[in-house]
Design a protein around this ligand. Structure first.
Ligand code: PMV
Length: 319
């Protein structure tokens, strides 16, 4: 049984996976530079798999109003594709009769890793229920294949953080490196509520890069150095310098054209309300931003973000 799984009576298996947030290094990570991301355990995707007396594989995902038998869904449906790929990989035959219940408190398409979390929880619950053991490495590789189906050329950072549920210093194609947080620190996450497909901002950055590689490579280098410095600071418990690093990283993301008026407004509002630094997080153009705060200052920053138009905020301690 993988982490987060719990086989109970009546062949019910449960698994869950956390959300995630990128602290530093988005976009540059697609070009081989390091990025830092951490799990957000307040939000999670949960999957229950039960043996069913009804024929077929029934999916119940009330959050997205989905109640359907697997074969009635298009094969590229995000949930159906996970199940089809899993059944193919595990060579289960004949297909079992199952009820699969999926719930998630992770906001969708906003950079909190909801897709990766559903995939990881689903893979773990199915693997446990069908006695097809998977290591974390295998779950991660599986989730990466699914990310590729839906997101074009993802770096793999989302599935990695969500699978290992630990702070990760991520370099594409290299063995996973988790790291310790020397002193806990608090961030406030502000959601613009704007759905912005990461695939598009990644494609736009690629167009920029194709037109002037040396210019953008040097921007990626600077972002990579920020991630490197931030990791050292976090490990040494010197989170006070992370705010300045966030500000620098945000300015470089603006250059890459992946910020937006709303994200810039939120970043400004957070700084004015006492955050030591702030930046967009994830693909950009919409989705989320993050602000580094003193624990006692998190409410003031959260309410400044709401006044600036944030749909929701989340305060979390990274430890
Ligand atoms: O939008 P998110 O949180 O899934 O993050 C995307 C991060 C990028 O670096 C822009 C893309 C990637 O695949 O790493």
């Amino acid at each position: 049984m993988g982490p987060g799984c719990d086989r109970g009576v009546l062949f019910i298996v449960k698994a869950s996976a956390p959300g995630k947030i990128i602290l530093f290094g988005e976009h540059a990570v697609v070009y081989g530079r390091p990025a830092l991301a951490v799990p957000i355990t307040q939000v999670h995707a949960d999957v229950e798999v039960l043996t069913s007396s009804r024929a077929g594989i029934w999916i119940d995902a009330p959050d997205i109003n989905l109640r359907a038998e697997l074969n009635t869904l298009p094969s590229d449906h995000p949930i159906a594709s996970v199940i089809h790929n899993f059944l193919f990989l595990s060579r289960v035959s004949p297909f079992p009769n199952l009820e699969i219940k999926i719930t998630s408190t992770i906001p969708v398409a906003s950079g909190l890793g909801s897709g990766a979390a559903v995939t990881v929880a689903l893979a773990r619950a199915l693997s446990s229920h069908l006695n097809h053991f998977m290591t974390d490495e295998e779950v991660n590789a599986f989730a990466y294949e699914i990310e590729k189906l839906h997101h074009g050329t993802p770096s793999g950072i989302d599935n990695t953080v969500v699978t290992y549920a630990k702070p990760v210093y991520f370099i594409k194609g290299q063995p996973i490196e988790t790291f310790k947080v020397g002193q806990p620190f608090t961030i406030v996450i502000g959601d613009t509520g704007i759905l912005a497909p990461t695939k598009e901002s990644v494609a736009d950055v690629r167009r920029l890069w194709m037109n002037d590689k040396s210019r953008w490579e040097s921007v990626f280098d600077k972002i990579g150095e920020i991630s490197f410095t931030a990791r050292r600071a976090i490990e040494a418990g010197r989170s006070e310098i992370l705010g300045e690093l966030m500000n620098e990283n945000h300015a470089l993301l603006q250059k890459l054209t992946v910020s937006s008026p709303e994200l810039d407004r939120f970043v400004e509002a957070a700084r004015n309300a006492g955050a030591t630094g702030a930046k967009l997080s994830g693909g950009g153009r919409g989705g989320n931003m993050i602000a580094l705060v003193k624990p006692e200052g998190s409410e003031a920053v959260a309410s400044a973000l709401i006044s600036a138009g944030a749909k929701r905020t989340l305060s979390t301690t990274v430890s």
